[in-house]
Design a protein around this ligand. Sequence first.
Ligand code: ADP
Length: 317
Amino acid sequence: MSILVQNLTKIYARNGETAQRAVDGISFAVQPGEIVGFLGPNGAGKSTTMKIATAYLPPTEGTVEVNGFDVRTNSIAVRRSLGYLPEHNPLYLDMYVKEFLSFAGSLHGLRRSALSRRVDEMIGLVGLELEQRKKIGQLSKGYRQRVGLAQALIHNPPVLILDEPTTGLDPNQLTEIRQVIRTIGREKTVLFSTHIMQEVEALCDRVIIINRGRIVADGLLNELRDNADGSMVVVAEFEQDLADETVLLNGLPGIRTVEVLGQSRYRLTADKNSDLRAAIFRLAADKNLTLVGLKQQESSLEGIFKQLTTQVAPNTE
Ligand code: ADP
């Protein structure tokens, strides 16, 4: 098992205040070769879990093993087994890209030709060739993230833990970094956190959703879609008032509910694979109705995420 989390709890002690249960008895396992999205709203406990898995913070209760090594009893072997890109990607801005990566590699015991070969390989892997002679402080945020990824990979660990690796990137940088993560994911086990559903859809097959320190979903994206009510929601607006003909909407294939939103606006819920929009078009054509609006509502995954992570007051002890 690449990452094994069992009954993990983290309570942050606060001076004089109620302590906070940031992570509350969670368990999950990540198999070698998986790319798993760790998803949850801000404050859900993602960073805390990752800091414990990378042996930067001790657990209050429970265990985490990385590559078979326990974070409490074998933290050095844990750190050797994993690459970590922390949330705010701390880099030495005054250092040159190559200098920094050499430094990072030397901390892992790489020397001379093995070190310079590995630095060059990483520069190639994350696409830093053109920037390799610059100072880190001169790089854009997207390129700094690449340096962070190269740093995390320098010792060729089998497991990568990335804390919100795409936060703050512009759309182009986002696409590029996702591509880099996808490439890395062919060879490594990757656990990355995000609060963006599309990110998970773009990168991984499996998602773990955490909310208020507890796991509220863990499964393949397809399964999650199917297990949720798996419905498609479309809002249709006609020029005419359908009046008595509203009943026609109830006859559409796969239809579950018809909700009247206004005089000629309807929210229709149907089975996911029902091709509802085409059916509405056909109905309008058959009945000489003019369709002035037809909009599919948010993907059901976003719906699931919202449903599972609706904010409530934080856990206190
Ligand atoms: P996420 O990464 O999902 O945004 P975090 O793990 O950073 O969530 O935080 C989980 C909860 O723990 C939050 O309510 C946060 O305020 C609290 N927390 C995080 N770090 C500390 C800390 N060092 N001391 C006290 N509380 C903390």
